[in-house]
Write a protein that binds this ligand. Structure first.
Ligand code: DAH
Length: 340
C-alpha cells in the first residue's frame, strides 16, 4: 500500500509535467483526487492495513494528496498565465493610435442665462444665497406678508405636500432666509437663483421653472437704487439701446411695488406680435421691501430699507434667444439645444 501511494505521487508528477491546457489539468484532478480517483481507491482499502500501520499510512496518504493538490494549483496558475500572455501577444494593441473623438457638450440655455445674470450681480458685489425647493408655508407665504386667507395666494397655484409644507412657488422665500441669517448685520445683498413650481402648463408656463431673486437691505436704500440697478441690468442682458419702463403694481411683500418692462427686443418699440403691439415687454417684478417683511425677519424698519426683485429665467431666455415655445426648453431635443 505504501508503494502504491508513492507510485501515485510519481505518476501524478509525471502527468502534470506534460500537460498544457486547463482541460487536461482538470482531467488529472479527477483521475487522482476525484471521488473515484486513484487516491480515493487506495484509501478505501485502509481497512486491510494492520492497525499499528494505519497512522503512518494515513499520514503518507495525506501528504501525497497535499503534494498533488499543490502541484495542480501551481500548474493551473502557470497555464493561465501562459494563455494570457498568448492572448496579449495576439491582440497586439497599438497604444499610439489616436483615440476616437468625443463631441463636446454644451450648456443649456437656462444655465447660460442664469450664469449671465449671476455674473452681472456678482460684479456689483452681490453674493449668491440658496434655499430649499421643498419649503415651509411660513417662508413661501406668511413671512412675505401673505397670510393664509390672502387672495394673493391665488396668483401662485401651489403644490402642497402637507398643510404647512409645499414646493416653493417663487424664490422670494430665500429673501426671508437670507435676512434671518444675516440680522442684525448690514448690508444684505444677495441674489438667489433656483427652481420654482406652480400648477401651470402651456406654451408659456411650465410646472417647474427658474427664477432669480434679488434683495438689498441697508440703511438709506431708496427706490432710485432699485431703478438704477435694474436699468443697468436690462441693458447688460439685452443691449445698450434697450429702454426700461417702471409701472406701478402690487405684491404683498413690497411697498411700493413695480413691474419692469423693457422696450421690445423684436421691434425696438414700434409694436409687433411679440409685444402685442405695445412696444414693451414685461421682464420682472420688484419693489421696496415691505416694512412688515423686514420686521418679521428681524430688522428694524425704522432704521433700514431695502429693495427686491424677482425674474423668470425662462422668459429672459426666450426673449434673448427668440424662443417662442417654453416647452422647447424642457424637451431635451439636441437639434434645439445644439444651437446655443
Ligand atoms: N415673487 C414674485 C413672483 O414670483 C416676483 C417678485 C416680485 C419678487 C416683486 C420680488 C419682488 O422680490 O420684489 O411672482
Amino acid at each position: 500500500m505504501e508503494k502504491r501511494l508513492r507510485d501515485i505521487a510519481e505518476e501524478a508528477r509525471r502527468s502534470l509535467d506534460s500537460v498544457s491546457s486547463l482541460a487536461e489539468l482538470d482531467e488529472i484532478r479527477v483521475r487522482f483526487l476525484g471521488k473515484k480517483g486513484e487516491l480515493t481507491r487506495v484509501l478505501r482499502k485502509m481497512g486491510m492495513v494492520p492497525a499499528e500501520e494505519r497512522p503512518r499510512i494515513g499520514q503518507l496518504a495525506n501528504e501525497v494528496r497535499d503534494v498533488i493538490e499543490k502541484s495542480l494549483a501551481g500548474r493551473i496558475e502557470a497555464v493561465k498565465e501562459r494563455v494570457k500572455e498568448e492572448r496579449l501577444r495576439q491582440e497586439g494593441i497599438d497604444v499610439t493610435l489616436p483615440g476616437l473623438p468625443v463631441t463636446r457638450g454644451r450648456k443649456h440655455p437656462i444655465t447660460l442665462v442664469t450664469e449671465e445674470i449671476a455674473g452681472f450681480f456678482l460684479g456689483l458685489g452681490y453674493s449668491i444665497a440658496e434655499g430649499p425647493e421643498i419649503e415651509l408655508d411660513y417662508y413661501n407665504f406668511e413671512a412675505l406678508n401673505i397670510p393664509k386667507d390672502h387672495p394673493a395666494r391665488d396668483m401662485q397655484d401651489t403644490f402642497f405636500i402637507e398643510p404647512e409644507i409645499l414646493l416653493r412657488t417663487h424664490t422670494s422665500p430665500v429673501q426671508v432666509r437670507a435676512m434671518e441669517k444675516a440680522t442684525p448685520a448690514l448690508p444684505v445683498k444677495i441674489i438667489a437663483p433656483g427652481r420654482v413650481y406652480r400648477r401651470d402648463d402651456d406654451a408659456t408656463h411650465s410646472p417647474m421653472f427658474h427664477q432669480v431673486e434679488g434683495l438689498v437691505v441697508d440703511r438709506h436704500i431708496a427706490l432710485s437704487d432699485l431703478k438704477g440697478t435694474l436699468d443697468l441690468f436690462a441693458r447688460k442682458m439685452f443691449g445698450i439701446g434697450i429702454h426700461t419702463r417702471f409701472r406701478p403694481s402690487y405684491f404683498p411683500f413690497t411697498e411700493p411695488s413695480l413691474e419692469v418692462d423693457i422696450s421690445c427686443v423684436m421691434c425696438g418699440g414700434d409694436g409687433c406680435r411679440v409685444c402685442s403691439s405695445t412696444g414693451w415687454l414685461e421682464i420682472l417684478g420688484s419693489g421696496m421691501v415691505h416694512p412688515r417683511v423686514l420686521e418679521m425677519s428681524g430688522y428694524n424698519s425704522e432704521e433700514v430699507t431695502g429693495f427686491a426683485f424677482g425674474l423668470g429665467v425662462e422668459r429672459i431666455a426666450m426673449l434673448k434667444y427668440g424662443i417662442d415655445d417654453m416647452r422647447l426648453l424642457f424637451e431635451n431635443d439636441l437639434r434645439f439645444l445644439q444651437q446655443f
